[in-house]
Write a protein that binds this ligand. Structure first.
Ligand code: NAD
Ligand code: 022
Ligand code: ZN
Length: 369
C-alpha cells in the first residue's frame, strides 16, 4: 500500500513529506494507522546526525498512537480496530529479561530493532525502490507503520490519540522513573534536574507517589509555573545560585534528597544529582540520555557512603502491561497530559515542530494525521 510519511533521507537535513510504499504485516506483525505522534529529543538526536547509530534513510518517530488495520499470521493479542500505542521497548513475556521480572529491557527483537529492520531482517518501507529504515521499532512519522505484535500496547478506545500518544515515551518515562525505578514513597524528598517534557512528568509522578518535598532545578525560569501546577514545591534557578549547587540543595532538603532525577542528559548534572542525595540512602536516577562517548564521574566515597546511582529506560515500564494502566490514569484524571502538549500541528508541519523544540518554546508538540 501507499502511505504518507516524513522521510529522513540524510543526517542533518529537514524531513521530507512524501508518499511511500508500505508492505503488509508478515507473521507476528501488525499494520497500524498512526493518528498522532509526539516529537521527542531522540528523533532530533538522530535526524541531526549526532547519533552515531542513526541509520538513513529512515522513518523516525517513536511516540505515537493509532488503530490496528491488519494483522499477520499468528497474531492473537490484537485485531483490526483495536487502539494501540507502539512500544520502543517491547514486552515478549518470554525472553530471559522479561521472565526475570528484574528489568523491562526485553531482548526478543533488540538486535534487529537497533539495525532499523523488522525481526525477519527486512524493512516494510520503501520509496521509489529504495529501502527506508524503521526507527526504534516504531516509525510513527508515517501515517501507517508495521510493528511486531510484542511492540504494541492495546489501549481503551475512548482515549484521545492526540494526547495519549505522549504516553508512548515522555509520560511513561517520567512517571515510571519515579514509581518503577526509584520506588519513591510517601513523605519523601525529591530533586528533579530539568523541567522539560520528561522532568515535568517526574514531578507529577512524585506527587502521585506522595512525596512531601519536590524540588525542581532548571536554568530556564519560564518552566517554573508549569512545574508548580504539576506539584513542584520549591524551584531552584541553577543559573542564579551563588556558589556550588550541591550544598545549596543538600541544605534545602535537610541533609540531602531521598531521591533525585537527572532529566537533561548532561553528565555534570548527573554528578550533582548523585551528590545532592542523602548520605546513607539517597537514590539518584539517570533519565536523560547523554551524547555518545560521554562519561559520568564522582568520587567512590559518594557510593561507599550509601548513595545509589541508577538509570532507567522507558521508566522501567513493561509496555503491554503498564501503558494501558497509564492511559486509564489519564482518563480517570489521576495524571495530566493536556497542558504539557503546548503545540498541536498537522503532520506536514513536522519540521516546524523540530524548530519549536530547538528554540525551547515547546514542551511537547504533537502532530496529527
Ligand atoms: P527538554 O529539552 O524538554 O527539557 C530539558 C530541560 O532541561 C529544559 O527545561 C532545559 O531548560 C533544562 N536544562 C538544560 N540544561 C540545563 C542545565 N545545565 N541546568 C539546568 N537545567 C538545564 O527535554 P526532555 O524531553 O524533558 O528530555 C530530557 C532528557 O530525557 C533527554 O536527554 C531525553 O533524551 C531523555 N529521555 C530519556 C528516556 C529514557 O527512557 N531514559 C526517555 C525519554 C527521554
Ligand atoms: C526516548 N529515549 C530518549 C528520548 N526518547 C530513549 C533512548 C534510549 C533508550 C531509552 C529511551 C534506551 C535505554 C537503554 C536502551 N535504550 C538500550 C535497550 C537495550 O539494549 O535493550 C534504547 C532503546 C531503543 C533503541 C536504542 C536504545 C533503538 O530502538 N534504537 C530502548
Ligand atoms: Zn522519546
Amino acid at each position: 500500500m501507499k502511505t504518507r510519511a516524513a522521510i529522513a533521507w540524510e543526517a542533518g537535513k529537514p524531513l521530507e513529506i512524501d508518499d511511500i510504499d508500505l508492505d503488509g504485516p508478515r507473521a507476528g506483525e501488525v499494520l497500524v494507522e498512526i493518528r498522532a505522534t509526539g516529537v521527542c529529543h531522540t528523533d532530533e538526536f538522530t535526524r541531526s546526525g549526532n547519533d552515531p547509530e542513526g541509520q538513513f534513510p529512515a522513518i523516525l518517530g517513536h511516540e505515537g498512537a493509532g488503530v490496528v488495520v491488519d494483522v499477520g499470521a499468528g497474531v492473537k493479542s490484537v485485531r483490526p480496530g483495536d487502539h494501540v500505542i507502539p512500544l520502543y521497548t517491547p514486552e515478549c513475556r518470554e525472553c530471559k529479561s522479561c521472565t526475570s521480572r528484574k528489568t523491562n529491557l526485553c531482548t526478543a527483537i533488540r538486535a534487529t530493532q537497533g539495525r532499523g529492520v523488522m525481526p525477519d531482517g527486512t524493512s516494510r518501507f520503501a520509496r521509489g525502490g529504495t529501502m527506508l529504515h524503521h526507527y526504534m521499532g516504531c516509525s510513527t512519522f508515517a501515517n501507517h507503520t508495521v510493528l511486531p505484535e510484542i511492540a504494541v500496547a492495546k489501549i481503551r478506545e475512548d482515549a484521545p490519540f492526540d494526547k495519549v500518544c505522549y504516553i508512548g515515551c515522555g509520560v511513561t518515562t517520567g512517571i515510571g522513573a519515579v514509581i518503577n525505578t526509584a520506588k519513591v514513597e510517601p513523605g519523601a524528598s525529591v530533586v528533579v534536574f530539568g523541567l522539560g517534557g520528561i522532568g515535568l512528568n517526574v514531578i507529577q509522578g512524585a506527587r502521585l507517589a506522595g512525596a512531601a518535598q519536590i524540588v525542581g532545578v532548571d536554568r530556564n525560569p519560564t518552566r517554573r509555573a508549569m512545574a508548580e501546577r504539576f506539584g513542584m514545591t520549591h524551584f531552584v534557578n541553577s543559573a542564579e545560585v551563588q556558589g556550588d549547587l550541591v550544598p545549596y540543595l543538600v541544605s534545602l532538603t535537610d541533609g540531602g534528597a531521598d531521591y533525585s532525577f537527572e532529566c537533561v542528559g548532561n553528565v555534570e548534572l548527573m554528578r550533582q544529582a548523585l551528590e545532592c542525595c542523602h548520605r546513607g540512602w539517597g537514590v539518584s536516577v539517570i533519565v536523560g540520555v547523554a551524547g555518545a562517548g560521554q562519561e559520568i564521574r564522582t568520587r567512590p566515597f559518594q557510593l561507599v557512603t550509601g548513595r545509589v546511582w541508577k538509570g532507567t529506560a522507558f521508566g522501567g515500564a513493561r509496555g503491554r502491561t503498564d501503558v494501558p494502566k497509564i492511559v486509564d490514569w489519564y482518563m480517570d484524571g489521576r495524571i495530566r497530559i493536556d497542558e504539557l502538549i503546548t503545540h498541536t500541528l498537522p503532520h506536514r508541519e513536522i519540521n516546524h515542530a523540530f524548530d519549536l523544540m530547538h528554540r525551547g518554546e515547546s514542551i511537547r508538540t504533537v502532530l496529527t494525521y
